[in-house]
Unconditional design. Sequence first.
Length: 425
Amino acid sequence: MIKSSEAKLAVIGLGYVGLPLAVEFGKVRSVVGFDIDAHRINELIQGNDHTREVEAEELKSASGLALTSDVKDLRDCSCFIVTVPTPIDQAKRPDLRPLLAATETVAGALKAGDVVIYESTVYPGCTEEECVPLLEAKSGLKFNVDFFVGYSPERINPGDKAHRLTTITKVTSGSNAAASVFVDDLYRSIITAGTHRAASIRVAEAAKVIENTQRDLNIALINELAIIFNKLDIDTSAVLKAAGSKWNFLPFRPGLVGGHCIGVDPYYLTYKAEAIGYHPHIILAGRRLNDSMGAYVASQLIKAMMKKRVHVEGARVLIMGLTFKENCPDLRNTRVVDIARELQEYNCGVDIYDPWVDAKEAEAEHALSIVKRPDENTYSAIIVAVAHDEFREMGAARIRSLGTKNCIVYDLKSIFEPEETDLRL
């Protein structure tokens, strides 16, 4: 195994995780940025990142980065970092197809002495149980003799301009002592926050998957409390503010739980738990509750409309925000879709306004249309579903002007004062 400083890097997958990583390495060394999507590569070559994670100037500053969709360009590389998505299928089971496809691609370029590092979120054991055998089978090389493996879970937070790749401590691990040192040295060359070397690949995999499982359960608790407080006619935000005056109260807030991490990762852990004969009661209960919040929001809105004698069937409803979080164009696993679908079941006409979203992507991914600019005095109900800065700047009064006289404004993210809107979660 060569020294990490001498390795020729390749980053496989240039999405929210892979692109920032390839750019940081490209600032200090040669790195091949590979993606199977030729359109994505052309977009990046032109200096345009539609995920808005990397600005054009930053792309330009990565002078060592070579972008390609040609697998032939991987042949000279000696260290491959896999950063592809790991979604779930409709049955909420891990969908490893992108990960295994990327592994096959790497195996085709693998040579004696090479190192393969995985960053994709998986269940404990997946790297060595699924990826390593495939690498061996497709390359003809022997694990921990001819090639070595590492795991360093991604900690990207899309849309977060404060906590960036280099300023977040990086967990590292390797398939043996030498590989562990190699992986840790490699990341320490770009991570200013430092690294944490885990005892094994399985430990690193487990650490990643519980980070988001913990957040998921905490949010589920607050969501359940919000449901209880709504029934008691108590303002949940006021309760959380009061409870937050204690130094060790955790500042979680109610809301929809979507995205590619918090709403997905727990299912990787529960899948593995059930595979070894254990049924995870608490984790799955939290998931069920969080997955039901879209329907709950819609039902609350419908009840409020009926109380105001607003005719529900045929009513026009505006949903402000479609992305899974604020100030980010990411539509993956957005639970705002659940609200829209539920309202459509009541035969409401649903318009969606989101200045961060590509209309073609919304149509292709979710069969939902995006309005460029909502008309005034039009909507019977308005849901502020995502806390984009643009919505905060509009203010509650301007948003209410988009509605009719008896319009219900539901501030799902509690970004305005209680008296400015009609409903809060």
